[in-house]
Design a protein around this ligand. Structure first.
Ligand SMILES: [Ca+2]
Length: 139
């Protein structure tokens, strides 16, 4: 009977590289809904993410005003009280209101031509403008 010698095999512990997907500040994200020139793009989520609404009323040749009451993002979610970020490439000043048309627009925010904004950064008398817009028009 031969001595059986066990050889210790150094088993390398493979440490799985746990990818903590930490994004460096300032890294540009691919825009799933690129906003074309002459458009107003209204996004469901902050930082131009989530679904988008491109309302023909706010584009070249449109009426220049729209109530969000019966309008939807591309994913089918209602637009009313859900807008979180906006790109205004219309060439005109965009006004967002917390009110529907006909109910007295007293609480509004203006988005300058060419501006890209998170509505949570726009203050109103009682809180910010995230998830409150109910109508919009171009000046
Ligand atoms: Ca939202």
């Amino acid at each position: 009977m031969s001595n059986r010698r066990f050889r210790n095999v150094a088993v390398g512990v493979v440490s799985a590289a746990v990818g903590a997907l930490t994004l460096a500040p300032g890294v540009a994200h691919a825009d799933p809904y690129p906003c074309k020139g002459n458009q107003v793009c209204i996004y469901e989520n902050p930082n131009f993410s989530g679904s988008v609404a491109n309302l023909p009323e706010l584009q070249a040749g449109g009426s220049g005003q729209v109530d969000f009451g019966n309008r939807f993002f591309q994913n089918g979610n209602p637009l009313d009280d859900r807008a979180s970020s906006v790109k205004n490439f219309s060439g005109r000043t965009l006004v967002l209101s917390v009110d529907h048309f006909g109910s007295g627009a007293t609480d509004t925010v203006e988005i300058a031509p060419g501006a890209k904004v998170n509505l949570r950064d726009r203050q109103r008398p009682f809180g910010n403008f995230d998830n409150v817009a109910s109508s919009a028009w171009l000046q």
